[in-house]
Write a protein that binds this ligand. Sequence first.
Ligand SMILES: Cc1cc2nc3c(=O)[nH]c(=O)nc-3n(C[C@H](O)[C@H](O)[C@H](O)COP(=O)(O)O)c2cc1C
Length: 424
Amino acid sequence: MSRRQLHIGLSLTPTWMRGAAAWGPGAPEDRDPVAFHLRLARAAERACLDFVFKPDTLAMPPARAAMPRALAGLDPTLLLAALARETEAIGLVTTLSSSFVPPYLAARQIQSLQWLSGGRAGVNIVTSIEGAENFGADPMPPPDLRYRKAAEFAQVLKALWKSYPAQALDEAGACAPIDHRGEFFEVGGPLNVPTHEAGPPALFQAGASETGRDFAASVADATFAATPDREAGLALRTDLRRRAAAHGRDPDSVRVLPGLYVFLARTREQAFAEHRRAHAHLTEDARRAAVRTVLGLDLGALPAETRIGPEMLPPDDAPVRSRTHADLLRRYIVVHRPRVDELLARPEVVGSAHWVSVGTVDDVLRDVFDWFEAGALDGFIALPGGSEGSLHLFLEELIPALTAAGLFRRTYDGTTLRQHLRLG
Ligand SMILES: Cc1cc2nc3c(=O)[nH]c(=O)nc-3n(C[C@H](O)[C@H](O)[C@H](O)COP(=O)(O)O)c2cc1C
């Protein structure tokens, strides 16, 4: 009998390098960013992970200026195309914004990546929070409009991916136009890249507002989730399964993959010290400003021990940068009435609201086991933090421990991303 197993991806963001001596403009990674990413992808492939994953923004946020320049904004799909030729089995999940990129171009790029990688392509469709100034639309259109556009974008992508069947390579005339006429796009088709025998590329999605969840439930094979605690993970997964069924899909068809910001060391003390060091640059002022940005709540000079309750929250329909992140922080305040200092330490405030696990391999293993048994995830996307040692412990000790516990594969039993993710 085959037991449910985890699906694990590695984010190709150098999260563990913050504070490292070599970090910053002019770092060695600048000289050869492809070699740097390839080193990570190969290590992830040795650990038999399902995929590597590259997030993206079509803008230059100020924080990027502190990174090695070449890591700041390389086009993720081009980068993964380079990795495709140097790896053999690992899935390659890129990011594309449905708010800015035309669907014909997107369908063609991702279907090309499917061919370049022998069926290992996936794409995270994001509606984006920033970048409008680079596409003639400033400020960003409202979220509901962005999601309507994303839904149509995904529909066009799927139609284009079917429009040129592989057998048309042999039999002339088997491909057909899609003649899409919608609210946002007019696309004739067919695509000029044929289907691949591995099936269509895997569709990921990120964003968990009401409309984001509906989007995920209607088309996504996987969702990249921000779930700072187990209850948030369980609530999201339960809700997405229910919504998928309401869309006539098998509830198992959307894999819920939270980001896992993991700090591993030989001792708990070292791991917590690395966690503290990684957050040391976030001053109290910066944390208070983050609460304002995420939630629209001004803590002013409220003392650390003041409790924050639901009565202090701004109206829940006030515009925010990301509804996902605002709702997570609202929920935490409603349920816990935290003190100001507790609030300022939360993942929703100091990070991207991802689940944080800090400790030894055994500690983190217990955490992952706990979330899995509770039904709060189908796997996760790892963001190793702290030091490169944390990344090594993750790939070389935590993953084998998950395998030994029967929760993860020992070797690849397929060659395509759809096979790794067990997608039909
Ligand atoms: C976990 C997570 C990862 C995301 N990654 C990206 C990204 O790489 N690039 C991007 O432009 N937007 C990214 N987004 C933004 C979403 O696509 C979306 O625009 C935003 O969350 C607002 O949607 P919401 O109203 O559903 O929260 C991400 C969101 C979440 C929750």
